[in-house]
Design a protein. Structure first.
Length: 536
C-alpha cells in the first residue's frame, strides 16, 4: 500500500490495483470493488445498449469501467475528471496504457465549460453514434459534487443542442443537399456582389421588417423611416405586407429550404417587384431565384455551405442559428455595418389571436383553399392552435400568446442583440417584450468562421466543374470497413468531405433506422453522388 495527498492504493482479492479516495474528514473510500473490480465494471457496462455509440464517464478511478466499455462495446468513450494533482497521482500508480492506446478514448482533465461544449458539438454525431449515455463513478463524484453536477448540466445542454439540430437535419437533410447543389450549378449564370456593395455603401440606419401582427400599427413609422432614406431589410414573410402598403424594401432575406417559402413572393405584381434585391441561403429552393433579377446567395452553418465557402466561392456568412428569418436579418444588418437597427413587427408571439400582419402570404394561402368543410376561420384557428401555448413568464394576463418555438426564437434574438455593437431598438408593439442586456461577448457572426474563406484555385471553377470534383471526392472516401468511429480514420480533407454528408445521413437514418453504421456511410455516399449525377 502506498499513500499520498489524495489517494491510497490497495490490491483487490483478484490482484488489481484499486484507488481509495481520501475524503476531507480523513476517511478512505475505495472507488471500486475490493473483490473483483473488473467484473463490477463489466456489470456496469452491460447496461449500455447496443445503439449507444457515445459514453461519458465521470471520474476515471482505476480505469476499469472505461476499459470494459472499450472492450465490450463499439462506443466512443470519454472520461471527465477534475483535480490535476490527484490525477497525476493516479497515473503514477496505475497503468492506463490500454486506455491511452485506444483511438476511441478521450480524457478531459479539469475541462472548462467551452471544453465540454466543444467535446459534444465536435464529436457527437447522432446519425453515426446513435444514443449517448453518461455514467458517474459515484464515490469519486461525491467528493467534487458541484464540479461534476455543473459538468453534467453543461453536457446535457450541449447534447440538447445537438439533438435539436439532428432532428432538423433528419427532416431537411436531403432537401438541403438537393437545393444546394442545384443552386451551385445555377449560380454559374449569376455572380452578384450584393452584400459587398452594401458593405461599401456606408449604411448606418437599418430597419428590419418582421411579419408579426404589430406591423399593421407600425407601418406608418416604417413609411416615415423609408422617406428619410433609411435602409429596409424585409423578412420574406413580411414582403407581402410591405408591398400591400406601398413600401418597397431595399432587400429581402429568405432562409427557408421549403417550397412553401415561394408563397411569400407571390404577392402584388410579381414582375413589377423583381427589381427588389433578394438575399437567400444557398440551401433555398432553386426556384426562388426566379423572383428577383438581382439576387445573392449566402452561407449559413450547413457544413456543405461552409465547404463551398472555403473551396469554391467566398460566400458571405450570415448567422442563422436563431432558427428564424428575423434573427438572420439582424445578422445581415450587422454584416453590412449598420450602427442603428430598428425592428418592426418582431412580436415573437400571437397577438390578439392573430399570427401575421395583413398582406402576408397566409391570408391568400388560406383564402384559396377554403371550402364548405374548411372555412377561412377554421384554417386560421387550426394554424394558430397547432402548438400549445405557454404560460406568460410573469403569470400576468397579456394580449399575446407564446409557444415554445416562438419563445426560443425571442430568447435567441435577445442573446444576439445583447452581444452586438450596434444600437438595437424595437418599434412599440403588442407582442412579447424583447429584453436586451448588453454584454461584452461578441456575436457568432463576428467571431466564428472568419478563417473559412480559402482563395485557392478551386474558387475559379464553374459550378458544374466544382460539383464534378466534389462528387469524385465523395466516391473516393475510404470504405467504412468496420470502423465504428469512421471519421477518426480520415485525413483532414476527407473528414471535411464526410462532414458535408452528415445532414443527409441523418435524413437517411430517419427513414431507415435499421441501417448499421457501415451501411449508412456507404448509403449516404451513394445517395449524394447519385444526386449530383442526376443534376450533371
Amino acid at each position: 500500500m502506498s499513500g499520498n495527498n489524495y489517494y491510497i492504493f490497495s490490491k483487490s482479492r483478484c490482484g488489481d490495483t484499486v484507488p481509495s479516495i481520501i475524503t476531507l474528514s480523513g476517511e478512505t473510500k475505495p472507488l471500486h470493488s475490493m473483490i473483483d473490480p473488473k467484473r463490477e465494471a463489466q456489470r456496469l457496462v452491460s447496461t449500455i445498449t447496443e445503439d449507444t455509440g457515445f459514453v461519458v464517464f465521470f471520474g476515471i478511478g482505476g480505469g476499469f469501467a472505461p476499459n470494459a466499455a472499450l472492450e465490450h462495446t463499439k462506443a466512443q468513450v470519454i472520461v471527465i475528471d477534475f483535480n490535476k494533482d490527484g490525477i497525476e497521482e493516479l497515473f503514477s500508480n496505475i497503468d492506463y496504457s490500454l486506455l491511452r492506446a485506444n483511438d476511441r478514448f478521450k480524457f478531459l482533465i479539469d475541462p472548462s465549460k467551452e471544453d465540454l461544449i466543444t467535446l459534444i458539438l465536435e464529436n457527437y454525431k447522432p446519425a453515426l453514434h446513435g444514443g449517448i449515455k453518461t455514467i458517474p463513478l459515484r464515490t469519486r463524484t461525491e467528493q467534487d459534487r458541484e464540479k461534476f453536477e455543473l459538468a453534467a448540466v453543461i453536457l446535457q445542454e450541449a447534447i440538447d443542442t445537438v439533438s435539436s439540430d439532428y432532428s432538423v437535419q433528419a427532416h431537411f437533410g436531403k432537401r438541403w443537399f438537393s437545393n444546394i447543389i442545384r443552386n451551385v450549378k445555377a449560380s454559374d449564370k449569376h455572380g452578384s456582389s450584393l452584400l459587398e456593395d452594401y458593405k461599401s455603401g456606408n449604411i448606418t440606419d437599418t430597419a428590419i421588417a418582421a411579419a408579426g401582427p404589430s406591423l399593421d400599427s407600425q407601418i406608418h413609422k416604417l413609411k416615415e423611416f423609408k422617406s428619410n432614406n433609411g435602409f429596409i431589410i424585409s423578412t420574406d414573410t413580411a414582403l407581402g405586407a410591405l408591398l400591400h402598403n406601398n413600401i418597397t424594401p431595399d432587400a429581402v432575406l429568405s432562409i427557408d429550404c421549403q417550397h412553401i417559402s415561394l408563397y411569400h413572393f407571390m404577392c402584388g405584381n410579381i414582375l413589377k417587384n423583381r427589381d427588389i434585391p433578394l438575399i437567400m441561403d444557398i440551401a433555398s429552393p432553386p426556384l426562388l431565384a426566379n423572383f428577383s433579377k438581382n439576387y445573392a446567395f449566402f452561407s449559413s452553418g450547413h457544413p456543405l455551405a461552409l465547404y463551398l465557402r472555403k473551396y469554391w466561392r467566398p460566400l458571405s456568412l450570415l448567422d442563422t442559428s436563431g432558427g428564424n428569418v428575423t434573427y438572420a436579418c439582424l445578422s445581415l444588418a450587422e454584416n453590412i455595418g449598420s450602427k442603428r437597427i430598428t425592428l418592426f413587427g418582431a412580436d415573437f408571439s400571437y397577438v390578439g389571436c392573430r399570427s401575421y400582419a395583413r398582406g402576408t402570404y397566409i391570408y391568400r394561402y388560406f383564402y384559396e383553399r377554403q371550402n364548405r368543410l374548411s372555412s377561412l376561420e377554421k384554417q386560421f384557428s387550426a394554424f394558430l392552435y397547432r402548438s400549445p401555448f405557454l404560460k406568460n413568464e410573469n403569470d400576468e394576463k397579456k394580449n399575446y400568446s407564446e409557444t415554445s418555438s416562438l419563445r426560443f426564437y425571442r430568447k435567441k434574438l435577445e442573446d444576439k442583440s445583447s452581444s452586438m455593437d450596434a444600437e438595437i431598438n424595437f418599434a412599440t408593439g403588442f407582442g412579447a417584450p424583447v429584453n436586451i442586456k448588453k454584454n461584452s461577448q461578441k456575436s457568432v457572426s463576428n467571431c466564428q468562421f472568419t478563417a473559412q474563406i480559402n482563395n485557392n484555385k478551386t474558387v475559379n471553377m464553374s459550378g458544374s466543374e466544382f460539383l464534378e470534383q466534389y462528387r469524385n471526392d465523395i466516391l473516393a472516401l475510404p470504405e467504412a470497413d468496420g470502423k465504428e468511429n469512421y471519421s477518426l480514420y480520415l485525413n483532414d480533407k476527407d473528414r471535411e468531405i464526410f462532414t458535408t454528408l452528415l445532414p443527409s445521413a441523418a435524413a437517411i437514418k430517419k427513414r431507415n433506422s435499421n441501417l448499421r453504421h457501415n451501411d449508412l456511410i456507404e448509403e449516404v455516399k451513394r445517395y449524394c453522388a447519385g444526386e449530383i449525377d442526376k443534376l450533371l
